[in-house]
Design a protein around this ligand. Structure first.
Ligand code: LLH
Ligand code: MG
Length: 382
C-alpha cells in the first residue's frame, strides 16, 4: 500500500469568537474565518482527514516538506513518516512547525484507523471507553455577565457542575489586555469564589496569566493549595526550566507543564529529569502529533507521573482514552455566552459529546472519530 496524494482544502465558515490583542479568544460579533481540511489518500482509495488551521497546511509547506517525504510511502508506518518529515525542521524550523507535523501525523492515524476498521483510541492502547471532562473556561474578560468578575466565574461554575454535569473545572484567569490584568489577587478571588460555589469535592485547576514573576506565581500557588486546587499550569514563561524547578520545590501545590514549550517529548523528559513539574503536559497540537504525545505519556507513566492532555478535539480525546495515566479530558474553551455543544458549520457532530454525568465517550467507528460535513467543505471552498 502506498500514499498517493496529500491535499488541503481551505474553506470559509462563521465564527462567534474574536481574538484580543494578546491572541486570547472571547465571545464576540459573528464574522467569517477559514479552516482547512487535510486529506491523505492511499492507492487503495482510503483517506485520512484532519481539520486544522489553514497556514499549517499551506501548499508551500505541503509541496516543500510533506509530499516529497510521504508520496509512495506505506501509510501504516506512522513512526517512520513522522521522522522523515520532522528531520526537515532542523534547517527549516521557522517554516515547518510542530502544528504541521501534528496535522500530518493525525491524518495518518485517521487513515490507519480506517484501513484497520478500528477507532484510533483502541489501536494505540484502548485503556478506557469513557473519561470525565473538566470544564475549561475561556480567559477572563470585561463582558457584563460573562467572565468579568469572581461572581461571574462562581455563577458559571455552578451551572457547569450542577446543571451541565461537569465533575471538574479549570479557570483561565484574566490576562492582558483585560482591565487590571495581570493581578494574582484577582485570579485568586475568582478561584476562591468558584471553590465556594462548587463545594469541597469538585477538583479545580487554574491556568493563569502565562507571564507572572516567580514571586507572584508562588504566592498564587500557596493560596490555591489552601483551596485544595488540583494543579496550576503555565503561570510563567516555560522557557525557564530553572524557574519551574524552583516553583515546584517551593510549594505543595501540583505544578503542571510544560504546555506550550517547544521540544516535543524531549523537553518533557528534561522537565521530569530536573523536577520542574509534578504532572506532565502533552497535547497533540503542541508536541507534533499523536506519535510523540504517546511517548510523553509513556515516559511520564514510567516515573509514576500523570500526563494531563492539553486541549480539545478528536486527537486529544483518542490519546486520553488510550492511556492509563491521565485524569480528565479538557473540554472547552467554555463561556456562559457560547453553546459549546453546538457543532461548527463544517461538523455533523462535535468531536467530544458529553453525557449528563460529565463523561466524554470516544466513538466506536474507525479512525479518529471526527464527523465532518464534507458537503459543507466542498460548498465553501476558498
Ligand atoms: O491563554 C489561553 O488562551 C489559554 O491558556 C489557551 O491557550 C488554552 O488552550 C489552554 O492553555 N488550555 O489549557
Ligand atoms: Mg493551559
Amino acid at each position: 500500500m502506498k500514499i498517493e496524494t496529500v491535499t488541503a482544502k481551505v474553506f470559509r465558515h462563521r465564527t462567534g469568537i474574536v481574538r484580543d490583542s494578546d491572541g486570547h479568544g472571547h465571545p464576540g460579533a459573528e464574522s467569517q474565518t477559514t479552516s482547512a481540511l487535510l486529506t491523505i489518500t492511499a492507492n487503495t482509495g482510503a483517506s485520512g482527514h484532519i481539520l486544522t488551521r489553514a497556514p499549517d497546511v499551506s501548499d508551500a509547506v505541503l509541496g516543500r516538506f510533506v509530499r516529497p517525504n510521504l508520496t509512495g510511502e506505506d501509510p501504516l508506518c506512522t513512526e517512520r513518516l513522522w521522522y522523515k518529515v520532522y528531520k526537515w525542521q532542523r534547517l527549516s524550523g521557522g517554516l515547518l512547525t510542530d502544528r504541521t507535523l501534528a496535522a500530518i501525523d493525525l491524518a495518518l492515524w485517521d487513515l490507519k484507523g480506517k484501513l484497520a476498521g478500528q477507532p484510533v483510541w483502541k489501536l494505540i492502547g484502548g485503556y478506557r471507553n469513557k473519561i470525565p471532562a473538566y470544564a475549561s473556561t475561556m480567559c477572563g474578560d470585561d463582558l457584563p455577565g460573562g467572565l468579568a468578575t469572581p461572581e461571574d466565574y462562581a455563577a458559571f461554575a455552578e451551572w457547569c457542575v450542577k446543571t451541565r454535569g461537569y465533575r471538574a473545572m479549570k479557570l483561565h484567569g484574566w490576562m492582558p489586555p483585560m482591565p487590571g490584568a495581570p493581578d494574582p489577587r484577582k485570579d485568586y478571588a475568582a478561584c476562591a469564589a468558584v471553590r465556594e460555589a462548587v463545594g469541597p469535592d469538585i477538583p479545580l485547576m487554574l491556568d493563569p496569566h502565562h507571564f507572572y514573576s516567580r514571586t507572584d506565581a508562588l504566592w498564587l500557588a500557596n493560596k490555591l493549595a489552601a483551596l485544595d486546587f488540583r494543579w496550576m499550569e503555565e503561570p510563567m514563561e516555560e522557557a525557564s526550566i530553572s524557574a519551574y524547578k524552583w516553583l515546584t520545590r517551593s510549594t505543595t501545590l501540583n505544578i503542571l507543564g510544560p504546555e506550550t514549550m517547544t521540544g516535543k517529548h524531549w523537553t518533557r523528559a528534561e522537565w521530569v529529569r530536573h523536577g520542574a513539574c509534578d504532572l506532565i503536559r502533552a497535547g497533540v497540537w503542541d508536541v507534533g502529533g499523536l506519535t510523540p504525545a504517546l511517548k510523553v505519556a509513556n515516559m511520564a507513566e514510567s516515573f509514576h507521573m500523570a500526563c494531563e492532555i492539553h486541549g480539545t478535539g478528536a486527537g486529544n480525546l483518542s490519546l486520553a482514552c488510550a492511556i492509563p495515566n491521565t485524569s480528565f479530558y479538557e473540554r472547552g474553551l467554555l463561556h456562559p455566552f457560547l453553546d459549546y455543544d453546538a457543532p461548527a458549520p463544517y461538523q455533523n457532530r462535535i468531536d467530544d459529546e458529553m453525557d449528563a454525568e460529565g463523561f466524554v465517550h470516544p466513538r466506536a467507528g474507525s479512525g479518529l472519530g471526527q464527523d465532518i460535513d464534507m458537503d459543507y467543505v466542498e460548498a465553501n471552498l476558498v
